[in-house]
Design a binder for this molecule. Structure first.
Ligand code: DP6
Length: 329
C-alpha cells in the first residue's frame, strides 16, 4: 500500500489565472517554497473487490469521513486520469489526512493532490520521476500541486502541456526561511480558486500584473538564489497585492481579505519599518503567511500570537517535496 507525504507550498510569485482549464495551464510562471509542517499523508490501496473508489478524508481536527460530492469527484477524476495512463481498471481505497486547516489559503489542495498523485502513481506502477509527477499533479486541476512535488524552492514554468511543470531551483538547506502562518479564520473559503482562476482575465488589471511579472519573476528568482531578503520581501508583497487586486476587480469581484487580514498586514509592515525583517503574502484565503529568516522566526511567532486578530500560528521551515514513506513496498 503506497503512502505518500506531500507539503503545502507558499508562492512568492502567485499562479493566478488559468489559460487552459482542461490542461490546467497558467498565464504566468510562479515561484514557491515547500512548507515542512503543513502536510498531507495519503495511502492508495488497489482493491479488486471495490466497484467504485472509496475516498476517506481526515481533515484537520476532524474525524475521518467518507468523502462525497465535489471533494470526492475531484479525487475520482484524478484517479481516472492515472488509471487511464496505467491501463488499469482497478478501483482503489484512498485514505488521506491533513495536519492543517483545509480550504483556507494554506494550499491544502496542493498538498492533497501532490500526495494523491505520488501514492496513486506508485500503486498503478506509473513512472515516479519528478518531472512526470509534477505534470500529473498539475493535471489534477489544482495547478499549484505541481509545485509540491519537487523539493525546497520551486519554479513552475509557463509552457505547453509537456513543458509546464515545476522543478526545484534550490534545496531547503540553501536558505533557512520560515513561513509563520497567522490563522485568522479557519472556515473554508466561499469561492474556490478554480472559479476565480477562470474569472481572473476579466479584471482590467490582469494584463498589468502579467506585464509586471516579466521583470518581477526573474528578480524574485535571483533574490532567492542570492538569499537577498529585502528584494524577496519587496517582490513577494507586491505580487500578493497585485494578485488580490486582480481578484477584487474581476467580474464578479471576489474578496479573500477580511479586517483581520489587513490588521496583520499593517502589523508586519510596522515591524519591518522598525527593523524586523519580515514580509507578508496571502493565498486564496484570509490567513496571512509571514515570511522571515529562521533567526527571526520565534520573534515573529511571538508577535503574531500577541495580536488579538490571530487565533493561532503554524510555523514552517522550508520543506522537502512529495515523498513515499520508507515502509512502502
Ligand atoms: C492563490 O488552483 O493551484 O494559492 O487554491 O489550492 O485549489 P488551490 O490551488 P490552485 O490555486 C492556487 C492559487 C494561489 C496562488 C499560488 O499558490 O500560486
Amino acid at each position: 500500500m503506497p503512502t505518500a507525504v506531500a507539503p503545502a507550498n507558499i508562492a512568492f510569485i502567485k499562479y493566478w489565472g488559468m489559460r487552459d482549464t482542461h490542461a490546467t495551464l497558467p498565464f504566468n510562471g510562479s515561484l514557491s517554497m515547500n512548507l515542512d509542517t503543513c502536510l498531507t499523508t495519503t495511502s492508495v490501496t488497489l482493491d479488486e473487490q471495490l466497484t467504485t473508489d472509496e475516498v476517506i478524508l481526515a481533515m484537520y481536527q476532524q474525524p475521518a469521513t467518507v468523502a462525497t460530492g465535489r471533494p470526492r469527484e475531484r479525487v475520482v477524476a484524478h484517479l481516472d486520469r492515472l488509471r487511464a495512463l496505467a491501463g488499469s481498471p482497478c478501483r482503489v481505497r484512498v485514505q488521506s489526512a491533513n495536519t492543517f486547516p483545509a480550504d483556507a489559503g494554506i494550499a491544502s489542495s496542493a498538498a492533497g493532490f501532490a500526495a494523491l498523485t505520488l501514492a496513486a502513481a506508485a500503486a498503478f506502477g506509473l513512472p515516479l520521476d519528478t518531472p512526470a509527477l509534477s505534470r500529473l499533479a498539475r493535471l489534477s486541476g489544482s495547478g499549484s500541486a505541481a509545485r509540491s512535488i519537487p523539493t525546497g524552492y520551486v519554479e513552475w514554468y509557463n509552457g505547453d502541456d509537456s513543458t509546464s511543470l515545476a522543478a526545484s531551483i534550490a534545496a531547503p538547506e540553501h536558505w533557512d526561511l520560515a513561513d509563520v502562518v497567522a490563522v485568522v479564520d479557519t472556515r473554508p473559503k466561499q469561492v474556490g480558486s478554480a472559479e476565480n482562476h477562470r474569472l481572473a482575465a476579466t479584471s482590467p488589471y490582469f494584463n498589468t500584473r502579467l506585464a509586471e511579472l516579466e521583470p518581477r519573476l526573474p528578480a524574485t528568482r535571483a533574490a532567492i538564489l542570492a538569499r537577498d531578503f529585502e528584494q524577496l520581501a519587496l517582490h513577494t508583497e507586491a505580487d500578493a497585492i497585485a494578485m488580490h487586486v486582480v481578484c477584487m476587480t474581476q467580474t464578479p469581484p471576489s474578496f479573500y481579505w477580511n479586517p483581520a487580514t489587513l490588521a496583520v498586514m499593517a502589523a508586519v509592515r510596522a515591524w519591518r519599518a522598525a527593523g524586523l525583517p519580515a514580509c507578508y503574502t496571502m493565498d486564496a484565503g484570509a490567513n496571512v503567511h509571514v515570511i522571515c529568516e529562521g533567526t527571526y522566526r520565534a520573534e515573529v511567532e511571538r508577535r503574531l500570537q500577541a495580536l488579538p486578530e490571530v487565533q493561532f500560528t503554524i510555523a514552517n521551515r522550508v520543506g522537502a517535496g512529495a515523498r513515499l514513506l520508507p515502509d512502502t513496498p
